[in-house]
Design a protein around this ligand. Structure first.
Ligand code: HEC
Ligand code: HEC
Ligand code: HEC
Ligand code: HEC
Ligand code: HEC
Ligand code: HEC
Ligand code: HEC
Ligand code: HEC
Ligand code: HEC
Length: 423
C-alpha cells in the first residue's frame, strides 16, 4: 500500500469514530433517555455536566449496574442507592468530595473540605436540625448540569452568585417564618461592590466573598463583620489604631459596618464626616464632646483643601485656555489632589492632627499652584498689552501713510481737459 492510501484509511477511521470521548454502553442513560418527564431530565442534561465530562456516569453517583438493561439495574443488591432526600445530599456529594485520595486522581488542585466546611455554616447546622428549606449542595450548584466553578454559566460563578442566593434570600414568601430580612440582594445591588463587579472588577466582593463559599466565614476571618480588612487593609490598620476601635468594642458595635453598612455600601462623600445634617459622626457625638469638635475640625480641613484645590485648578484651566504654558504647575497641583484622597483615607484615624498634617501640605501646594496661575494670567495680560501697543503703532503708521498719499494726490496738477476724446 502506498503512503497516500494509508493516510486515506487513517482519515476515514478518524471520521467514523463519533466525536468526543468514546463511552461504553450505559443502560441507565439509554433507558432514562427514553422515559418521560422528570425521569428523562437527568439523561438529557448530563452531557453538560462536569462529572460526565470527567468520565463519570449515573452509576458513580447513584450506584446500580449500568450493564444491566432491565429495571434490575436499579436493585439495591447491585449497590443502587436511589436519589438522595434533601437531608442526605451533603453526604451524598461528600462521599467523593471529601475523599482526597479519590479526588486527587481526577483533579489534584480541587479542595476536599466542602462538606466539613458546609457543616459549620448556618445552612449546614440547620439542615442537621431538620430544616430542609436551607441551601444544600445542589441548591447552589444545580444537579445533573453541574459546571466547573470557573465556567461563566455556573450558578456559583462570581457574577451569578448574588442571583443564586437571591432565589431564596430575596423571596419573602419562601423566607416567611424566619426572623431575618429579605433585602440583602436589593441592598447589595445598589452597592459600590456590585457596580465594580458588574464593571468587570473581579476583585470586588459578591455574597460568598464575605460570607464564605461553604463555611460560616471566609478563611482567616473570625466574624463576617471583620471581612472588610481582607481587601481594605490600610483603612483597617488606621481604624485599629484609632480611639474608635476600643470604644466600639466596648459598646458591642461592629467596626466598618457601623458607618458603611454591610450590604448597601455606597460611595462615601465628604458630607459623611463632620457635624452637618448628612454626617454619621453626629449619630454618636453631640455638641460639647471631644469627638464632636474633632469631627468638625476634620471636615473643615478637608473642605479647605478641596476649596483651595478647586480654585487652583480653575485658574490653571483659564491660563491653559488662553494658550499659556502651565504644565509644571499642573504636575504640582496633582499632588495636592493626591493629598485630598489621602486625607479621606486618613479620616479613619479619627485624629484631627493627623488629617490636618496632610491637608495642610496639600493647601500649601494648592496655594503655590494658584500663584503660578495668577502669574501666568498676568504674563498673558502683559503680552496682550504689548501686542495692543504694537497694533496701535502699526495702525498709526498706516493712517499716516494714507494721509501722506492723499496730500501728494491733492498736489498733483489736474488732468488736461479733452484728453479723453483723443484716445
Ligand atoms: C429499563 C429502564 C431503566 C434502566 C436500565 C434504569 N432505570 Fe432508573 N428508572 C427507570 C424508571 C422507569 C424509573 C422510575 C421510578 C421507578 O419506578 O422506580 C427510574 C428511577 C430512577 C431513579 C429515581 C429513583 C428514586 O429514588 O426516586 C434514579 C436515581 C435512577 N432511576 C437511576 C438509574 C441508574 C443510576 C441506572 C443505571 C444503573 C438506571 N436508573 C437504570 C428506568 C430505568
Ligand atoms: C454528581 C452526581 C450525580 C450524577 C452523575 C447523576 N445524578 Fe441523578 N441525582 C443526583 C442527586 C444529588 C439527585 C437529587 C436531586 C434533588 O433532590 O434535587 C439526583 C436525582 C435523580 C433522579 C430523581 C429525579 C430528580 O430529577 O430529582 C433521577 C431519576 C436521576 N437522578 C437520574 C440520574 C441519571 C439517569 C443520571 C445519569 C444520566 C444521573 N442521575 C446522574 C446526583 C447525580
Ligand atoms: C450556599 C451555596 C453553596 C453551597 C450550599 C455549596 N456550595 Fe460549593 N461552592 C459555592 C461557591 C460560591 C463556590 C466557589 C466558586 C468560586 O470559587 O468562584 C463553590 C465551590 C465548590 C467547589 C469547587 C472547589 C472549591 O471548594 O472551591 C466544589 C467541589 C463544591 N463547591 C462542592 C460543594 C459540595 C460538595 C457542597 C455540599 C456539601 C457544596 N459545594 C455546597 C457555593 C455553594
Ligand atoms: C462519584 C464521585 C462524585 C460525586 C458523588 C460527586 N462528585 Fe463532584 N466531582 C467529582 C469529580 C471526580 C470531579 C472533578 C472533575 C474534574 O475536575 O475533572 C468533580 C467536580 C465537581 C465540581 C467542579 C469543581 C471545579 O472544577 O470547579 C463541582 C462544583 C462538583 N463536583 C459538585 C458536586 C456536587 C454538588 C455533588 C453532589 C450533587 C457532587 N459533586 C457529587 C466527583 C464526584
Ligand atoms: C435554598 C434556599 C437558600 C439558598 C439558595 C441560600 N440560602 Fe442562605 N439561608 C436559607 C435559609 C432558609 C436560611 C435560614 C434562615 C435563618 O438563619 O433564620 C439561610 C441562612 C443564611 C445565612 C445566615 C443568616 C443568619 O444570620 O441567620 C446566611 C449568611 C446565608 N444564608 C447566606 C447565603 C448566601 C451567601 C447564599 C448564596 C451563596 C445563600 N445563603 C443561599 C436559604 C437559602
Ligand atoms: C461586603 C461584604 C458582604 C457582602 C458582599 C454581602 N454580605 Fe451579607 N452580611 C455581611 C455582614 C458584615 C453581615 C452582618 C453579619 C453580622 O452581623 O454578624 C451580613 C449579614 C447577612 C445576612 C444575615 C441577615 C441580615 O441581613 O443581617 C444574610 C442572610 C446575608 N448577609 C446574605 C447576603 C447575601 C444573599 C448577599 C449577596 C446578595 C450578601 N449577604 C452580601 C457582609 C456582606
Ligand atoms: C474582596 C475584596 C473586598 C471586600 C471583602 C470588601 N471590599 Fe470594599 N471594595 C472592594 C473593591 C474592589 C472596591 C471598588 C474599587 C474602589 O472603588 O476602590 C470597593 C469599594 C469600597 C468602597 C468605596 C470606595 C470608594 O472610594 O468609592 C467602600 C466604602 C468599601 N468598599 C467598603 C467596604 C466595607 C465596609 C467592607 C466590609 C463590609 C468591604 N468594603 C469589603 C473590595 C472589597
Ligand atoms: C466612624 C465611622 C467610620 C468607620 C468606623 C469606618 N469608616 Fe470608612 N469612611 C468614613 C467616612 C466619613 C468616609 C468618607 C471620608 C470622605 O470622603 O471625606 C469613609 C471613607 C471610606 C472609604 C473611601 C475612601 C478611601 O479610603 O478610599 C473606604 C474604602 C472606607 N471608608 C472603608 C472603611 C473600612 C474598610 C472600615 C473598617 C476598617 C471603615 N471604613 C470604617 C467613616 C467610617
Ligand atoms: C457609633 C458611635 C460613633 C460614631 C458613628 C462616631 N464616633 Fe467618634 N467616638 C465614639 C466613641 C464611643 C468615642 C470614645 C469616647 C469619646 O471620647 O467620646 C469616640 C471618640 C472619637 C474621637 C476622640 C475624641 C477624644 O477623646 O479625643 C474623635 C476625634 C472622634 N470620635 C471622631 C469621630 C468622627 C470624625 C466621626 C464621624 C466620621 C465619629 N467619631 C463617629 C463613638 C462614635
Amino acid at each position: 500500500m502506498t503512503r497516500n492510501t494509508l493516510l486515506m484509511i487513517g482519515v476515514l477511521m478518524w471520521a467514523l469514530v463519533p466525536a468526543g470521548k468514546a463511552r461504553a454502553a450505559d443502560s441507565c442513560l439509554t433507558c432514562h433517555s427514553a422515559l418521560e418527564g422528570d425521569f428523562a431530565k437527568p439523561a438529557k442534561l448530563i452531557e453538560g455536566d462536569v462529572h460526565y465530562q470527567a468520565g463519570l456516569v449515573c452509576a458513580d453517583c447513584h450506584g446500580g449496574d449500568p450493564k444491566d438493561n432491565s429495571m434490575s439495574a436499579m436493585s439495591p443488591a447491585k449497590g443502587f442507592r436511589g436519589a438522595p432526600r434533601k437531608a442526605q445530599i451533603p453526604e451524598f456529594c461528600g462521599r467523593c468530595h471529601s475523599n482526597p485520595t479519590y479526588m486527587r486522581h481526577y483533579n489534584p488542585g480541587l479542595r476536599t473540605d466542602q462538606l466539613s466546611e458546609y457543616l459549620t455554616s448556618v445552612h449546614g447546622k440547620r439542615l442537621k436540625q431538620g430544616d430542609t428549606k436551607v441551601a444544600a449542595c445542589v441548591d447552589c450548584h444545580s444537579v445533573h448540569n453541574i459546571q466547573a466553578v470557573t465556567d461563566p454559566r455556573a450558578p456559583v460563578y462570581p457574577a451569578n452568585v448574588a442571583n443564586t442566593c437571591a432565589k431564596c434570600h430575596a423571596n419573602a414568601e419562601y423566607m416567611k417564618g424566619y426572623k431575618i430580612p429579605t433585602n440583602q440582594f436589593a441592598l447589595y445591588e445598589k452597592s459600590v461592590h456590585a457596580a465594580a463587579l458588574a464593571g468587570g472588577d473581579t476583585s470586588a466582593p459578591t455574597c460568598t466573598t464575605c460570607h464564605g463559599n461553604h463555611g460560616a466565614t471566609p478563611p482567616g476571618v473570625s466574624s463576617v463583620a471583620n471581612v472588610c480588612g481582607t481587601c481594605h487593609a490600610f483603612n483597617e490598620q488606621l481604624f485599629d489604631n484609632s480611639p474608635h476601635k476600643a470604644a466600639f468594642a466596648a459598646m458591642g458595635l461592629p467596626g466598618c459596618v457601623q458607618c458603611h453598612s454591610n450590604h448597601e455600601i455606597l460611595k462615601p462623600t465628604d458630607a459623611l464626616v463632620g457635624v452637618g445634617p448628612k454626617a454619621i459622626c453626629i449619630t454618636c457625638h453631640s455638641k460639647g464632646d471631644p469627638g464632636y469638635a474633632g469631627a468638625a475640625k476634620i471636615a473643615g480641613d478637608i473642605a479647605k483643601l478641596q476649596t483651595f484645590y478647586l480654585h487652583a485648578n480653575q485658574i490653571l484651566g483659564t491660563a491653559e485656555r488662553s494658550g499659556m504654558e502651565v504644565s509644571a504647575a499642573r504636575v504640582e497641583l496633582s499632588s495636592a489632589h493626591s493629598d485630598l484622597l489621602k486625607a479621606r483615607v486618613t479620616v479613619h484615624t479619627f485624629d484631627p492632627a493627623q488629617v490636618q498634617k496632610i491637608t495642610g501640605e496639600g493647601v500649601q501646594i494648592a496655594q503655590k499652584s494658584y500663584q503660578e496661575g495668577v502669574a501666568a494670567l498676568h504674563e498673558r495680560d502683559v503680552r496682550r498689552k504689548g501686542l495692543g501697543l504694537s497694533l496701535t503703532f502699526i495702525v498709526l503708521v498706516i493712517l499716516g501713510l494714507i494721509f501722506k498719499i492723499r496730500q501728494m494726490e491733492a498736489k498733483k496738477p489736474p488732468a488736461s481737459p479733452g484728453s479723453a476724446e483723443r484716445s
